[in-house]
Every structure is written in structure tokens, then in C-alpha cells.
Write a protein that binds this ligand. Sequence first.
Ligand code: FES
Length: 116
Amino acid sequence: MELCCTSEIPLSGSRAIKAHGHQLFVIVNEAGQPAVYVNRCPHLGVPLQWQDDRFLNKDGQYIICSTHGALFEKESGLCIHGPCRGQKLLKIPSRTEKAMVVISEEELEKTMDGLS
Ligand code: FES
């Protein structure tokens, strides 16, 4: 399933995406590689962004939760600072095809089923 065009997300930027009713977000690293996560903090299960489409901290080095400031590694989703330290964001395997960020519907549903 196509989520968005890579050109819609700036390098070291992020964007909220809704897919099959699930709240996700895409980040793009400095090399232009995207990563897709479920928009849900492992601490309290709330959305992470501090403004529309803003999921990264000020210097763009980490994903940040706007509620209590937890910091997560961009590549792995591992929390390295904050109340959920050691826990991970849910990452959905993704690839780039013809300049589109693509995920598998099956992987998405499998990940979301694990939440219920
Ligand atoms: S809800 Fe995200 S750090 Fe507390």
C-alpha cells in the first residue's frame, strides 16, 4: 500500500499518515531513507506529535513524544530517554518504490493486531 511520495517529506523531516484507519507517521533520515511507525507512545498510548506533522525534536536527531518528552532513536524506535526508556515504538517495515513510501497491508494489520 502506498503511503505518500518521498518528495512530500523533507530530509530529516516527518509526516503524519492515516492508513486503513490507523494513525502512522513517516520520518525520512539524512540519507533520504524513510521509516514508518505507529503514532502511539509506548508510555501512555497517546499520539506523539507536538504540532501537525512534527515528530522530531528540535535538532532532528530523535523522535520525541510531546506529552512527557521521551526520545526515540529514528532507526530503531528505541526509547533512550524518558518514562518508557527501553521500550520501542512500533515500526512497520517499509520500502521505497517509484518514489513512493510503501508498506504491506498484512504487516500493518499484524502490527495493529498485536496492540489489541
Ligand atoms: S506519553 Fe509519551 S512519554 Fe509519556
